[in-house]
Write a protein that binds this ligand. Structure first.
Ligand code: NAD
Length: 421
């Protein structure tokens, strides 16, 4: 059965969702306040840099399965299900900014006033548990003048994609979580995901919201933990890779549900409180590694936190550059996937706020960036081994922050080191 779907927000989550739903044969209309993103979809181009997205959007456009508009009302009236994928950036006070979700809820609610057939509102953005029912649902009821659960239906369906492999993650998720007040409200979503691999969990809205939230936190715990372990290993002269390989092979006690049931305290340290400082400390370790070289000219290769994407928000690579500039280093930045001209919306705003003169640091010329430097920082996995090997000389010191596989490391006569391996 082919559904008619509107997708609000054509950022990373929304454009991948829209392209993937269209590739499954559904009729999809994307909605964004950004005219540029809408125009890109309409001309068959992906608004984000992400593996497989260019082909998917072009194909969906050719098949007339994917359109985009800035007109929320038309999109609601012409679809059965609206997926809301607008951003929920962190505010300075640490809370999530819900203003985009509130605005979209109010636009969809207003359009629902005039809609005769049933409509499903599905939130995909990451929110704190309780947000859908305490914030979004009342806005929909107020602006539509109608009742959730009888006139329209509200669901929460989180997204578990990773940037860089977003399309395959979307098509092969670990599981699908469908949150609603009543499982009868899930009929079109069940249909939509019936061929998607992985278990489908039908649950309450708050459980679905919480699972998404804690998944993000857990992945951060894992990264922080691995970095702490790596740092300790390095200090003790122990091979961090060998340690983690053996450690993670234990799927009974280590990589397993063991010790993951809420219960009584394990004593002393507070994990979540120590998580962010641990992550910030890791950026400082990179700064220390640069300082130890006693060199001044730095080439940072990779600005986004993941190769193959151009998402800079909350990127520790950006924080590292900011710190190095603050310490007076001469920094040049190369990233295959980031060009200031292409950046838009919150992504552009973020980088311009954190590093106001980023434009003058960024170059698309890898040779120039590397040959003009003394220290080369591998900030993500985007650089090509053979190309980089051509430009590296014996005087170069390479600091590999991402622990490239040995086979992917550049070949050259100078020093090559990591900060926690
Ligand atoms: N990026 C990820 O890997 C990822 C993964 C899973 C979940 N999430 C969550 O999904 C949500 C979206 O994240 P993202 O990275 O795709 O955000 P994003 O900033 O890339 O995209 C959000 C889009 O919404 C648009 N928008 C804002 N207000 C709008 C409005 N009123 N009407 C229509 N469009 C509007 C913006 O113009 C932008 O294009 C967030 O809550 C995020 O936490 C992100």
């Amino acid at each position: 059965m082919s559904l008619s779907i509107s997708v609000f927000g054509l950022g990373y989550v929304g454009s991948v969702s829209a392209a993937c739903f269209a590739s499954m044969g559904h009729r999809v209309i994307g909605v964004d306040v950004s005219r540029a993103k809408v125009d890109m979809i309409e001309s068959g181009r992906s608004p984000i840099i992400e593996a497989r997205m260019n082909e998917m959007v072009a194909e969906a456009n050719r098949a007339c399965h994917l359109h985009a508009t800035t007109d929320a009302r038309t999109a609601v009236l012409e679809s059965d299900v609206s997926f809301v994928c607008v951003g929920t950036p962190s505010l300075r006070n640490g809370k999530l900014d819900l203003s985009h979700i509130e605005k979209v809820a109010s636009e969809i609610g207003t359009a629902l006033k005039d809609k005769k057939s049933e409509h499903f509102f599905v939130l995909r953005s990451t929110v704190l548990p309780g947000t859908t029912e305490s914030c979004v649902l009342p806005i929909l009821e107020r602006t539509s003048g109608r009742r959730a659960g009888s006139d329209f239906f509200v669901c929460y369906n989180p997204e578990f994609m990773r940037e860089g492999s977003a399309v395959s993650d979307f098509l092969q998720p670990p599981y699908t979580i469908l949150g609603s007040r009543d499982s009868a409200h899930l009929a079109p979503l069940r249909e939509l995901y019936k061929s998607t691999p992985g278990e489908v969990f039908e649950t309450s809205i708050t459980v679905a919201e919480m699972v998404k939230y804690l998944s993000n936190a857990f992945h951060a715990v894992k990264v922080g933990f691995a970095n702490e372990v790596g740092t300790l290993c390095k200090q003790l002269g122990v091979d961090a890779q060998a340690v983690t390989q053996i450690f993670t092979s234990d799927t009974r006690l280590n990589i397993s549900p063991a010790y993951l049931s809420p219960g009584f305290a394990f004593g002393g340290s507070c994990l979540l409180e120590s998580l962010l400082p641990s992550n910030a400390e890791h950026v400082e370790r990179a700064v220390d590694a640069v300082m130890r070289t006693n060199k001044r000219k730095i080439a940072q290769l990779g600005l986004s936190f993941k190769a193959g994407t151009d998402d800079l928000r909350e990127s520790p690579q950006v924080q590292l550059i900011k710190r190095l500039l603050g310490e007076g280093y001469e920094v040049k930045v190369w990233d295959r996937d980031v060009s200031l001209g292409r950046l838009a919306g919150s992504n552009r705003q973020y980088i311009e706020e954190v590093i106001p003169h980023i434009g003058s640091l960024l170059s698309a010329d890898l040779e120039q960036v590397v040959t003009g430097s003394e220290v080369v920082i591998l900030g993500n996995k985007s650089v090509d081994k053979n190309e980089l090997s051509r430009y590296l000389r014996a005087h170069h010191i390479v600091i590999d922050l991402v622990n490239l596989d040995k086979a992917r490391r550049p070949q050259f006569a100078g020093a090559y080191e990591g900060i926690c391996w």
